[in-house]
Design a protein around this ligand. Structure first.
Ligand code: DAT
Ligand code: MG
Length: 148
């Protein structure tokens, strides 16, 4: 089953949005397969965002990600990568639709509350980086009420 790496950024943690974010993924029918609250080191944040390291906003982005604890999660379910990005909303909160996490809770690109993997391939890479021991092995006992 497909998995995505979802991270609540420091602003989301500070603003008390952890429960709200988890609630949206849970209620959708996705299953939580990994969860931890952690402070990330600069090197680690740079590795996570290595594809953006030539962008002019890179340094600001790293400072933001290391400015407080983040909640790192693995979510599992059918099309969770694409659907997770829809739940999260567009990168720039001024363009994120109402009803999305960024559309409902964010104003600025540099304070956009949450990260979600942009492809199955990057999800695999990000999960390996953030969860070197892999996901927690469990199966939801109500899966047959979500999946036909
Ligand atoms: P996303 O987080 O939607 O996957 P991304 O991977 O392109 O977006 O960029 C990572 C983060 O970097 C994004 O959440 C906010 C920030 N960012 C992206 N583009 C930016 C820009 N043009 N100016 C400032 N910050 C930007
Ligand atoms: Mg991205």
């Amino acid at each position: 089953m497909e998995q995505s790496f979802i991270m609540i950024k420091p602003d989301g943690v500070q603003r008390g949005l952890v429960g709200e974010v988890i609630c949206r993924f849970e209620k959708k029918g996705f299953h939580l397969k990994g969860l931890k609250l952690m402070n990330v080191e600069r090197n680690f944040a740079e590795k996570h965002y290595e594809e953006l390291n030539t962008k002019p906003f890179f340094e600001k982005l790293i400072e933001y990600i290391i400015s407080g604890p983040v909640v790192a999660m693995i979510w599992e379910g059918k099309n969770v990568v694409t659907t997770g990005r829809k739940i999260i909303g567009a990168t720039n909160p001024s363009e994120s639709a109402p009803g999305t996490i960024r559309g409902d809770f964010a104003v600025e690109m540099g304070r956009n509350v949450i990260h979600g993997s942009d492809s199955v391939q990057s999800a695999k890479k990000e999960i390996a980086l953030w969860f070197p021991d892999g996901p927690v092995n469990w199966q939801s006992s109500i899966s047959h009420w979500v999946y036909e």
